[in-house]
Design a protein around this ligand. Structure first.
Ligand code: GAP
Length: 499
């Protein structure tokens, strides 16, 4: 089974220290969340698994970590200043603001057989009798576009200009943006990476980091927030090879999610129709996860976990000083570089095409939590939650539990075992309850193994290892414990061929 809805995970996440509503003591900040002690471990494990799979286990990959605030010209030439927009409408009655396209989608879904409707005259088609989800009125402003990039200012204000250090003078006090995707930091470093690492096309550059979007309707827990993390990779190929390589990456990425234990029943591929494609994309296929299993209509249960786009040569050309339009006018008079690639073997110069797998860290954390959720009944007929996380992702790998916390020899032995494990895995010591309670807590946070130290352990130098999923117990010598756990925590990697 998996979680019946996101709410189940919200409550588990708060109860057990995965994710807390941010700024709660000041009334919260809509759609901002803080990762607690277990959430930060889980999210780090997701990022480490991705980095190992994407960068370390391949021969054709480099990683970078670029700035969050880039020269604003990056966003001018990437097209984000002009096109990174959502259409908005305001309810005149209650002053709430909504995404016009999303309301309209919902409307068309609930009025499938309706005759012609009266559309507003704004930037998108919008039925005038759409009902406000907040107050129920149908009194709308016209729809208009709103840019999603978060604005900020560089350096001090004009009055304090003299005290500012090394910020480019022309940008002082000027408007800048927090990056809405990590991808552009990769494109502007394409030549730096290619030349310093002596790379030949095809090769890729990967990056994990925060991105920011001033989302109009954030929500559904960590699914859509204004501050989030992305795991993106830009794979540079010769034009003409892009379509084949794109398809290979789609399959490869899908298999990565199943290798993390996500059920194929909850994953599906979604081919973006032409009208949905971003301004840079020739083709995009999304991997959808069943984030909303409670919805009656199966088609509405799914939403995006990852997008895999063919961005063509759009970005490298857009940031190059060379490309010209039909009249021979330079398209980018501000860039000082030409980001084309010279192929030594064929003596050809070209702008590589880019295949981009882009996943959200937070959505992966949510999908992994939802998929791992299960319920089990114990022999006292009590319901227990068991989070069947892949051992590689589990925040805690082993919990060391003393059967008697008032017996110093048992406590000492349990603490020593914990210390012997901690150089190689995240292990915790817990004596804050009876053994049944301690097992239940570890099951609920997804700890694969509980190690119990009992009176017998003092005699035979052995402990009981309890398996989270089967609840089966096994006696293991303390001297063999580390190797025993390490072996069971490392299931053989899934056979996935690389593009
Ligand atoms: N560089 C391409 C790009 O950014 P995207 O589909 O807009 O593509 C990639 O974003 C992934 O980032 C999405 O599949 C999603 O997992 C995650 N993402 C995007 N917006 C998000 C948001 N507001 N909150 C959480 N995750 C988000």
């Amino acid at each position: 089974m998996s979680a019946p809805n996101i709410e189940t995970i919200v409550s588990l996440a708060k109860r057990r220290g995965f994710v807390f509503p941010s700024s709660e003591i000041y009334g919260g900040l809509g759609s901002a969340w803080d990762y607690g002690p277990l959430g930060v471990e889980l999210s780090n494990n997701v990022k480490q698994a991705w980095w190992r799979w994407m960068v370390h286990e391949r021969d054709d990959m480099e990683g970078i970590d670029s700035s969050i605030i880039l020269n604003p010209l990056v966003w001018k030439y990437s097209g984000h200043e002009a096109t990174f927009n959502d259409p908005l409408v305001d309810c005149r009655k209650c002053k709430s603001r909504f995404r016009a396209d999303k309301l309209q989608e919902e409307y068309e879904h609930t009025h499938p057989t309706e005759g012609p409707v009266i559309y507003g005259t704004g930037v998108v088609s919008f039925a005038a009798d759409n009902k406000c989800p907040n107050c129920g009125a149908s009194d709308w402003t016209e729809s208009r576009y709103f840019n999603l990039m978060f604005e900020t200012r560089i350096g001090a204000t004009a009055a304090e200009k003299d005290e500012v250090g090394d910020v480019g003078e022309s940008l002082l006090g000027g408007r800048a943006y927090l990056r809405p995707e990590t991808a552009q930091g990769i494109f502007i470093n394409f030549l730096n990476v290619q030349t310093t690492m002596r790379r030949k096309v095809p090769f890729g550059i990967a990056q994990i980091g925060k991105s920011f979007r001033n989302e109009v309707t954030p929500g559904n827990f960590i699914f859509r927030t204004r501050e989030f993390e992305q795991m993106e990779m830009e794979y540079f190929v010769r034009p003409g090879e892009d379509e084949r390589v794109h398809q290979e990456w789609i399959d490869y990425c899908y298999n990565w999610f199943t290798s993390l234990g996500i059920s194929p029943d909850n994953l599906q591929l979604y081919e973006q129709p032409k009208e949905e494609l971003a301004h840079y994309a020739k083709r995009t296929v999304d991997i959808h996860y069943r984030f909303f299993p409670e919805r009656e209509d199966e088609a509405r249960q799914w939403d995006e976990l990852m997008g895999i786009a063919n961005r063509t040569d759009f970005d490298l050309k857009a940031h190059s000083k060379k490309p010209e339009d039909a009249e021979g006018k330079r398209l980018n008079p501000d860039s000082t570089e030409d980001l084309s690639y010279f192929d030594e073997a064929t003596k050809e110069r070209f702008y590589p095409y880019v295949i981009e797998p882009a996943a959200g860290v937070n959505r992966t954390v949510l999908a992994v939590l939802m998929d791992a959720y299960s319920e089990k009944v114990n022999d006292k007929n009590e319901k227990r939650v068991v989070l069947k996380l892949h051992p590689r992702l589990a925040p805690i790998k082993a919990a060391i539990l003393p059967l008697a916390k008032n017996k110093p020899e048992i406590v000492g032995m349990a603490k020593a075992i914990k210390r012997s494990l901690q150089p190689v895995m995240r292990a915790v010591y817990d004596d804050t309850g009876g053994i049944g309670k301690l097992y239940a807590r570890q099951d609920e946070i997804g700890t694969p193994f509980c190690v119990t130290v009992d009176h017998q352990s003092l005699e035979d130098e052995a402990v009981t290892v309890r398996d989270r999923d089967t609840w089966e117990q096994e006696r293991v010598k303390v001297s063999d414990l580390r190797e025993h756990l390490e072996r069971r925590l490392q299931p053989p990697p899934a056979e996935v061929s690389q593009p």
